[in-house]
Design a protein around this ligand. Structure first.
Ligand code: ATP
Ligand code: MG
Length: 266
């Protein structure tokens, strides 16, 4: 489904700040697979997602999505089949627009028959409410309110909904619950798992949280210094707890890189 072949990326080459962020990374992801990615700060996790999203040209390597080589496809085109969420809950929605307007933008963009004169009618409004209801945040009764009035958790829930309004082939989550309070983080994680399962979306999720890395999905990659240093699935992963994953992380990534936040946050 997704094939990453020998991707490398060096930032600021030839300068004192030169950084090899991705070092010949390859992996294959099956249809509907949910992979979690852990690694210390600067390991190259976000850079890997950006390379897949097409945020910059890579130095080397290929990205193949559903058999199509998208390596030179611009980011905006890739975004039609790849959804992405970031850590900052404010980044995925427009604060000055209402919930309905935010939803309408995404809805009309993805609708083949829509044009710039298309408007949202009663039917669509009801559909938006139906989609908001399962979030269980009461947003279905706040369609006319600006998104800027929502809490971080509410906004991230809306962003998740928008990213999957038309289910993408691939959903990439970059520590999308890290900036939320524990209760909101858990709610967003549950929603994420539900939406991914119901729509059979393939998902790559970066997290700093060892528990989250094991609880979601069925495979975990450990990254260090721009490389994938461990790929855990099947029986090995089924028998893994946070303690074992932490040991493995320390061995694979070097103990000096394990940070307390990863281990202690539950
Ligand atoms: N646009 C950029 N320009 C220069 N260097 C960059 C850029 N983006 C990332 N880097 C560098 O590339 C390396 C990998 O960064 P990346 O953001 O992928 O790490 P990460 O694993 O996501 O870390 P974190 O857990 O802190 O989010 C780091 O050394 C970083 O400083
Ligand atoms: Mg990152």
């Amino acid at each position: 489904m997704l094939e990453i072949i020998n991707i490398s990326k060096t930032f600021l080459p030839g300068t004192v700040n030169e950084r090899k962020a991705l070092d010949n990374v390859s992996f294959r992801m099956e249809d509907g697979e949910f992979i979690t990615i852990i690694g210390s700060n600067g390991a190259g996790k976000s850079t890997l997602l950006s390379a897949i999203a097409g945020s910059f040209p890579t130095d080397r390597g290929k990205v193949i999505l559903d058999g199509e080589d998208i390596s030179s496809m611009p980011e905006y085109k890739r975004s039609r089949s790849i959804g992405r969420l970031f850590q900052d809950p404010l980044s995925g929605t427009a604060p000055g627009l209402t919930i309905e307007e935010n939803m309408a933008l995404v809805y009309l963009q993805g609708k083949k028959t829509a044009n710039s004169f298309s408007r949202i009618g009663k039917e669509e409004r009801e559909m938006f409410r139906e989609r908001l209801r399962p979030l269980d945040l009461g947003l279905e009764d706040r369609l006319e309110q600006p998104v800027g009035l929502l809490s971080g958790g509410q906004r991230q829930a809306l962003t998740l909904l928008l990213a999957t309004l038309y289910p993408p082939k691939l959903l990439m989550l970059d520590e999308h619950t890290a900036a939320l309070d524990p209760g909101s983080a858990e709610r967003i994680m549950t929603l994420t798992k539900d939406i991914v399962r119901e729509n059979r979306i393939s998902c790559l999720m970066v997290t700093h949280n060892m528990r989250q890395a094991l609880d979601a999905g069925s495979r975990t990659l450990i990254m260090n210094a721009g490389k994938i240093v461990a790929d855990i699935s099947g029986d090995e992963r089924a028998g893994m707890d946070v303690g074992k994953l932490t040991d493995l992380f320390r061995n694979a990534a070097g103990s000096e890189y394990a940070n307390d936040r990863m281990i202690l946050s539950s």
